[in-house]
Design a protein around this ligand. Structure first.
Ligand SMILES: [Zn+2]
Length: 318
């Protein structure tokens, strides 16, 4: 099962307690699913079609409980390329107009008498705003599995409806972007935190936790990999620096003998030659008196400069 259907499955099974939210959800579901058809002379037919049965059962139950309407559930098979079975809830013809009236969707001035976006009163309370966004996601939403990438979207059939849905999300400080794709106005979010916030706003807390789990694992393993790469390159740098120092020390010894070096540099050279892999700070502790990392570094650089001068036959002052 895809992550998107898991999310929808969880949302579809949430309880619907308040009449205000039931009204908001049903309004969003009808408008997003685009299943309101005009039959002429003030008559309408209403269907809600969804990919999963629990979604349709959710609205079947809401219609019955809050509006006393007993719908009919049937399966429909897609046409052409998309042969998937879908589930459809049909509102009895005699009840359709009354339902639109109850949802405040009738408007004599609108095309075919139905508003393309709901009245503000439908999202009067914060709970209803959430409900609206939830139904919009249930009917035309999608979300990627966090392993595949971060993406959540709601593909609204009209620009006006997309704007309306976006405002509901904005109320909760979730700022979706909108793009036009195949004639649909798609609200989407790409950042992991935004997706997580959206899932939890819609009420998919189990899915949100699953999402967070994957995201944290991914981030930890990215961080560990970055850290390992970084450590490795630091180690490589340190090793090649130490190799160069030892080459210089051997060269000086071969050309003029280490005993020609001042005491401080001689001791340093001997300590390094005997401990090729020791970090600078530890090398400094071998000296008498002990020396800090930057002091060790300075002495090793002076040794390197002496070796360079010897190689180029320059005069050296020791
Ligand atoms: Zn409400």
């Amino acid at each position: 099962m895809s992550f998107a259907s898991e999310v929808r499955g969880e949302l579809a099974r949430l309880s619907m307690e308040d009449a205000c939210c039931a009204r908001s959800e049903l309004t969003a579901a009808l408008l997003c699913a685009g299943g309101i058809a005009w039959r002429g002379r003030g008559r309408y037919s209403i269907t809600l079609t969804a990919a999963e049965a629990p979604t349709v059962r959710r609205y079947f139950a809401a219609l019955k409980r809050f509006y006393g309407i007993v719908g009919q559930i049937r399966t429909v098979t897609g046409d052409g390329l998309n042969n998937q079975t879908r589930y459809q809830l049909a509102v009895p013809e005699g009840e359709a107009t009354g339902l639109l009236e109850a949802l405040s969707l009738l408007d004599g001035a609108a095309l075919f008498g139905v508003r393309p976006v709901p009245l503000e009163e439908v999202v009067q309370f914060a709970c209803c705003r959430k409900s609206f966004a939830r139904a919009a996601f249930l009917m035309c939403g999608a979300v990627s599995h966090p392993n595949k990438g971060y993406h959540i979207e709601i593909a609204a059939p009209t620009e006006a409806l997309a704007t309306f849905i976006r405002r509901q999300l904005e109320y909760f400080e979730i700022n979706a972007r909108v793009t036009l794709r195949k004639g649909r106005h798609v609200l989407y979010l790409k950042r992991a935190e935004e997706i997580s916030d959206t899932l939890s706003l819609l009420g998919a807390s189990r899915a949100m936790l699953a999402f967070e789990n994957v995201r944290v694992k991914k981030e930890v393993s990215n961080r560990v990999n970055r850290q390992l790469n970084c450590d490795n390159s630091n180690i490589n740098r340190a090793v090649s620096a130490a190799e160069a120092q030892i080459r210089d020390i051997r060269y000086i010894d071969g050309e003029i003998g280490l005993e020609k070096l001042p005491k401080s540099l001689r001791e340093m050279a001997i300590a390094r030659a005997n401990n090729p892999e020791m970090p600078l700070a530890e090398l400094g502790e071998l000296l008498e008196p002990p020396l800090g990392k930057s002091g060790v570094n300075a002495r090793l650089r002076r040794i390197g400069a002496i070796a360079d001068k010897l190689r180029s036959d320059e005069d050296i002052e020791l």
